[in-house]
Design a protein around this ligand. Structure first.
Ligand code: ADP
Length: 342
């Protein structure tokens, strides 16, 4: 049984103008998150990602549909049930949301104090967590004495205090520089691997998906338009809208503006070849073009690595007889994905 399961979930907010129809933030979402997954939720701003996470956390009720978390139907839970559910779910935020008037130790202790655990138990648990996130020497510091990366590590320790099975992360690394991002991602990977905690992470950052996520769901206008293994979705997105989103975060696909520049420089035909690990070699493709007498120039490209598997996009400007190019492209298209740039 999945750890989190959504069926036909909708969330509507009343419109600020009373005459207008409600705002549909989530619209008919089906989603299964298995125990142990690191599930990335991606999509443009306003797609419904944060709302989805608030529904899983039962911070807000869904308008309709079913949400089952760890075997419990969330819809219709009373206050007590909700409190218990939330103890099993940790949450970290882009802006860390630490208490500035509390020390690092007391920030981490907070959820345990709320749960009225004995003092000795709290002390022991916080010591353990300080060690785990590498901040044992900062126990007495206040948040404004810490770097962004250290603050997020406190956030992670606090989220883990009650030993949740699920960690929800809303743009947890978006406020951090690239190096600190990697540190925090490494820590989150340990959270997943050492403790088997399932992580659901909202992000617009490719780094996060590349180093951490195993599965991904692409959202648009309140709907999940594509979901699956990260490598499959990123190397071969099926839906036009996910292709568009994916092309903005991966390397090697020229933006419309960049294409305009390429067009001006290269009046002939332009094609993008998409290679995936395990496809035929690039050499065989180039050989086909060369043998047909087509002159080609590599004008744009990039390779992406997702957890040890590579895929890439190479854009070529071609020169030669049109009919010859047509035949060569048809032959190449049997081996790799070819997109002609118009
Ligand atoms: P994302 O996290 O992908 O940026 P959100 O979940 O924040 O998207 O928002 C999805 C849609 O729901 C947006 O149109 C947003 O304006 C709307 N929305 C989100 N929260 C509220 C709210 N509390 N009241 C009214 N509308 C909201």
């Amino acid at each position: 049984m999945p750890l989190v399961s959504l069926r036909d979930v909708a969330k509507r907010y009343p419109s600020p103008n009373r005459d207008e129809p409600p705002i549909s933030a989530i619209d008919g979402v089906d989603l299964d998150i298995e125990a142990g997954d690191v599930y990335g939720i991606i999509g443009y701003s306003g797609a419904g990602k944060s709302t989805l996470v608030r529904l899983i956390n039962a911070l807000e009720p869904a308008t309709s549909g079913s949400i089952v978390v760890d075997g419990t139907e969330v819809t219709g839970l009373g206050e007590r049930g909700l409190r218990e559910l939330r103890l099993g779910i940790g949450m970290i935020f882009q802006q860390f949301n630490l208490f500035n008037s509390r020390t690092v130790r007391r920030n981490i202790a907070y959820p345990l104090e709320v749960a009225k655990r004995p003092k000795a138990e709290i002390r022991a648990r916080v010591d353990e967590l300080l060690e785990f996130v590498g901040l044992a020497d900062k126990a007495g510091a206040y948040p404004d004495q810490l770097s962004g990366g250290q603050k997020q590590r406190v956030g992670i320790a606090r989220a883990l205090a009650t030993s949740p099975r699920i960690l929800l992360a809303d743009e947890a690394t978006s406020a951090l520089d690239p190096e600190t991002t990697q540190e925090v991602l490494t820590l989150l990977k340990r959270v997943n691997q050492d403790f088997g905690i399932t992580i659901v992470i909202i992000t617009h950052e490719m780094d996060v998906i590349q180093t951490l996520a195993t599965k991904v769901a692409v959202m648009e206008q309140g709907k999940v338009i594509e979901q699956g293994d990260v490598f499959d979705v990123f190397s071969n997105p099926q839906h036009a809208a996910s292709r568009k989103f994916v092309s903005t975060v991966i390397k090697g696909v020229p933006s419309p503006a960049e294409l305009g520049v390429l067009r001006e420089r290269h009046p002939g035909r332009i094609v993008t070849l998409s290679f995936r690990d395990g496809d035929v070699s690039q050499a065989s493709v180039f050989l086909t073009l060369a043998e047909a007498g087509i002159t080609f120039e590599l004008v744009y490209g990039g390779i992406n690595d997702i957890q040890g598997k590579a895929f890439g996009h190479l854009t070529l400007a071609l020169q030669g007889d049109d009919a010859v190019i047509d035949r060569a492209i048809a032959s190449v298209a049997e081996r790799v994905t070819v997109t002609e740039v118009r």
